[in-house]
Design a protein around this ligand. Structure first.
Ligand code: GAP
Length: 686
C-alpha cells in the first residue's frame, strides 16, 4: 500500500519544483523533450551552491587534488580507448505491440500464464471480400442481361479481377478471370463463389511470426487472444485467425519472466545493445572521419590530461584531478524526474595512487583499514595505504560530504557491487545510495535507496588504455621506489616483480586487440614489471563519481516538509517548507522592511541587504504581510528572515540598529545587532 503514497510524494515534489522555479521541463512550450530538464531561478542557485561546495571540499580544501575543466567534445579515440564506443550500451527491448521501449535489465520478473501463438493468417481479408462481392455482382448482371448491352459491367468485372491479380498469385487469378469473363449460359455462380473462397483461404496473407502474451493467473484467455489479434493485424493480417494456442504457466524465476511488457502483457523484442553516446560531426562534412561524441562521463578527459596536470601542478602520486561538468547519455528510459536524464552533470574525482606492489616495495607492507564498513570519522591518509584503504577512505569522505549538506546517514545506503556486477578491470565499487521517494521497498518494507554516487577502484585500466591507444607513456617515475627497490632482497624483488607482471598480463590479455599475440603480451608485461626497478609504474585509480542532478533531487526530497494547519473557522491549509541546509539553500536570508510605505524602514532594509549581498545570496521582499513573506521564503527554503522594524530605527532606543531574525525550521525569533548580522549568518552558511 506504500506505493501510491510514494508516488504522491514525487508528484508533490515535481509540482513544487515547477511552481517555485526549481526545475522546469526543457522546451516545455513545445511539449517538452523527454530526459531533459532546466533549472529555474531557485534550482540554478541550489545547483551552483552544490557544485561550489563539492569543488571546495575536493580541491581547495585539499593539498592533494587539482582541478580541470575540459571540453565536452574530445577526440573519438578517447572513447575507443575507454571502451565506450564498443561497450557503453544498455540492453534495450521494445513492446511488440505498442513499440514502447524498455531497458531489458530493468524489467521486474513477472509470473502468470503465457499464451503462445505460432502465427496467424487472414481468415478472409476485407479487400478480398470486397472484390468477391464485385465479381458476384458483375456475374449476376451478366447472367440476366445481354452481354452486348452490359459492356460497362464487363469492364468493371475485368477491372476488379485485374486489381486482385496485382495482389495475389497471378496464375490462379488468371484462371478465375477466364471463368468469369467467359459468359456462357452454363456459367454457375455457386461454383464461382466456391472457387474464389478457396482461393482466398489458400492465398490470403499469413504470418509465421510467433507471439505471446503473459496474463496474471485467473485472467480470461480472451484478453490474450485480443492482444494477439491486434499484434497480427498490425503486421498486415486482416481479420487474423490465430494459429494453435499453447499455454504455459511461469514463475518469477522462469527465463521468460522478464520478457513481457509489464503494462499490457505483450511479448517484448529480444534485448539488443544500444550505445548510449550521442553522436555528432565535427566540421562541415558529415563523414565517418568527422564523427565525434558528446562525452558520456567527465572522467576520460582527466585520464587523457593526466600527464599535463601532473607536470603543471607539481603534484606527486597519490593525488587527484577533479572535474565538474556536463555529461550526455541517450538513456533508453529516462525516468524518475531528473534522476535518469539524458543531459546531466557529474562531479568526478580521479584519485591516482601507487599500486600495492609499489607501496610494498617502499614501505615493506600495505596498510589496510580495519573494518570494511564506512566509519563515522575518516582517518588521515597514510603513505603506506594500499588501494583498499584509499577506497574506504573515499567512501567515508563522500559520506561526510553528504552529511555536511544535510543528508543524514539514515537517509543514505550502501551497495557494494558483487564480483559479478563489477566491470572486469574494477577491484571494488561501492555505491552511495539515497532513499528517494521512488526507491523500492524490499519484502520487509526496508528501503535500500538508489545510486547517488559510485566510488570505484579502477586499477590501472584507464591510464593503461590511453597509453596503448595514444602511444604516449602514462606511467610516472618515482625516485622513492627506485631507491627502495635497489635495497630489496632478491627474493622480495622477485615476488613483487611476479605479482606486478601477473597483474599487467591479466590486464593486457583481457584488453588485447585482435592482432596482439600471447608473446607480445608477455613481452609487454615483462617490460612493465622491469620498470619497477627503474622507479616506473602506471598509477591506479580510485574514482568517486557523483551526479549533480541526483544530488539536487535528493536535497529537494530531503528538504520537503509539509504542515497542515486548521484555523478557528475549521479551514485547513497545507504549507510547504523546504528545510535545506543553510549551505545549499538558494537564498540564505530574506530581508524585509516591516512596511513598504515607510521610507526610513525601506532605506534601512536596503542598507542591510547591501551589507549582506557581497557575501551571500539574499532576497529583498517588501510585498504583502510579514506572514506571507515568511511563507514564500519557507517554500523557497530560505533559512533566515531578517525584519527591519520601528525598533531598528530607534523607537525603543535600546533596540536601535537591531533586527529580528526568524529561523525557518522552528519559527523562533531573536533580536540581533546589525553589526553582528554578517558574522552570525556566515557562521551558519559556511
Ligand atoms: N566515470 C564513472 C561514471 O560515470 P556512473 O555510475 O555511470 O560512473 C556516475 O555515473 C554518477 O553519475 C552516478 O552515480 C549518477 O549520480 C550520475 N549519473 C549517471 N547517469 C546519470 C543519468 N542518466 N542522469 C543523471 N545522473 C546520472
Amino acid at each position: 500500500m506504500a506505493e501510491p503514497k510514494e508516488n504522491l510524494q514525487m508528484e508533490k515534489i515535481v509540482s513544487l519544483c515547477k511552481r517555485r522555479g526549481f526545475v522546469f521541463q526543457s522546451s516545455e512550450i513545445y511539449g517538452g523533450l523527454n530526459g531533459f530538464w532546466d533549472y529555474g531561478p531557485l534550482g540554478a542557485e541550489l545547483k551552483r551552491n552544490v557544485k561550489e561546495l563539492w569543488w571546495h571540499a575536493m580541491t581547495r580544501q585539499r593539498d592533494d587534488v587539482a582541478g580541470l575543466e575540459a571540453t565536452i567534445i574530445m577526440s573519438p579515440q578517447i572513447w575507443k580507448a575507454s571502451g565506450h564506443v564498443d561497450t557503453f550500451s544498455d540492453p534495450m527491448c521494445d513492446c511488440l505491440l505498442t513499440k514502447k521501449r524498455f531497458r531489458a535489465d530493468q524489467i521486474e520478473p513477472q509470473s502468470g500464464i503465457v499464451y503462445h501463438y505460432p502465427g496467424a493468417r487472414s481468415s478472409f481479408t476485407n479487400e478480398l471480400k470486397q472484390s468477391l462481392d464485385n465479381q458476384l455482382d458483375a456475374a449476376v448482371v451478366f447472367r440476366i442481361h445481354d452481354p452486348k448491352d452490359r459492356e460497362a459491367d464487363r469492364k468493371a468485372a475485368e477491372k476488379s479481377l485485374s486489381d486482385l491479380r496485382k495482389e495475389n498469385d497471378l496464375s490462379s487469378w488468371l484462371k478465375l478471370q477466364e471463368a468469369i469473363v467467359t459468359l456462357g449460359s452454363e456459367y454457375n455462380v455457386r461454383e464461382l463463389v466456391e472457387t474464389i473462397s478457396n482461393f482466398c483461404v489458400k492465398h490470403g496473407k499469413s504470418s509465421n511470426f510467433s507471439f505471446a502474451v503473459l496474463l496474471a493467473a485467473g485472467k480470461p484467455p480472451e484478453s490474450a487472444r485480443k492482444l494477439a489479434k491486434e499484434f497480427y493485424s498490425q503486421r498486415g493480417i486482416l481479420e487474423p485467425e490465430l494459429g494453435e494456442e499453447r499455454i504455459e504457466k511461469i514463475g518469477l524465476d522462469h527465463p521468460l519472466a522478464t520478457r513481457f511488457n509489464p503494462e499490457n502483457g505483450s511479448l517484448l523484442s529480444e534485448p539488443r545493445p544500444f550505445n548510449l553516446m550521442f553522436k555528432t560531426y565535427v566540421g562541415p562534412v558529415e563523414s565517418e572521419d568527422g564523427i565525434a561524441y558528446l562525452r558520456p562521463e567527465t572522467a576520460q578527459a582527466i585520464f587523457a590530461q593526466f600527464k599535463n596536470v601532473l607536470e603543471t601542478s607539481r603534484q606527486k602520486v597519490p593525488f587527484g584531478i577533479a572535474q565538474v561538468g556536463k555529461a550526455f547519455r541517450n538513456e533508453v528510459t529516462p525516468r524518475n524526474f531528473t534522476f535518469r536524464s539524458r543531459e546531466f552533470e557529474q562531479m568526478e574525482l580521479e584519485f591516482f595512487i601507487k599500486p600495492d606492489e609499489v607501496i610494498e616495495a617502499i614501505h615493506g607492507s600495505v596498510a589496510t583499514l580495519e573494518t570494511p564498513d564506512p566509519k563515522p570519522k575518516t582517518p588521515e591518509p597514510q603513505p603506506n595505504w594500499g588501494w583498499q584503504a584509499w577506497h574506504q577512505y573515499w567512501v567515508e569522505e563522500r559520506v561526510r560530504f553528504y552529511e555536511g549538506l544535510g543528508l543524514s546517514r539514515d537517509t543514505l545506503g550502501f551497495h557494494r557491487q558483487t564480483p559479478a556486477e563489477l566491470a572486469h578491470y574494477a577491484r571494488a565499487c561501492t555505491d552511495i545510495l539515497f532513499k528517494f521517494p521512488f526507491s523500492k521497498k524490499d519484502e520487509q518494507g526496508n528501503v535500500a535507496g538508489d545510486e547517488l554516487e559510485g566510488i570505484a577502484a579502477r586499477s590501472d585500466f584507464d591510464l593503461s588504455q590511453h597509453q596503448r591507444f595514444s602511444g604516449k607513456p602514462m606511467g610516472v617515475f618515482d625516485e622513492e621506489l627506485r631507491a627502495a627497490w635497489a635495497k630489496l632482497p632478491k627474493e622480495k624483488q622477485d615476488d613483487l616483480w611476479k605479482r606486478y607482471y601477473d597483474n599487467r598480463k591479466n590486464y593486457l590479455t583481457k584488453s588485447a586487440k585482435p592482432d596482439e599475440t600471447a608473446e607480445q603480451i608477455s613481452k609487454q608485461s615483462t617490460d612493465d614489471a622491469n620498470g619497477l626497478a627503474r622507479g616506473q609504474y602506471i598509477p591506479h585509480v580510485i574514482e568517486p563519481s557523483a551526479g549533480v542532478d541526483r544530488l539536487i533531487l535528493a536535497l529537494i526530497a530531503n528538504a520537503y516538509s509539509e504542515v497542515t494547519e486548521t484555523d478557528d473557522k475549521g479551514k485547513s491549509e497545507t504549507r510547504v517548507t523546504m528545510k535545506f541546509h543553510p549551505r545549499v539553500a538558494p537564498f540564505k536570508a530574506g530581508i524585509f522592511p516591516l512596511l513598504k510605505n515607510k521610507p526610513d524602514l525601506v532605506a534601512k532594509a536596503q542598507a542591510v541587504r547591501d551589507l549582506l549581498r557581497p557575501w551571500m545570496n539574499v532576497f529583498y521582499d517588501e510585498g504583502g504581510s510579514i506572514g506571507k513573506r515568511y511563507a514564500r521564503q519557507d517554500e523557497a527554503g530560505t533559512p533566515f528572515c531578517v525584519t527591519i522594524d520601528f525598533d531598528t530605527l530607534g523607537e525603543k532606543p535600546e533596540l536601535l540598529d537591531t533586527v529580528t531574525i526568524r529561523h525557518r525550521d522552528d519559527g523562533r525569533q531573536e533580536r540581533l545587532k546589525i553589526s553582528e548580522l554578517l558574522a552570525f549568518l556566515l557562521l551558519k552558511i559556511r
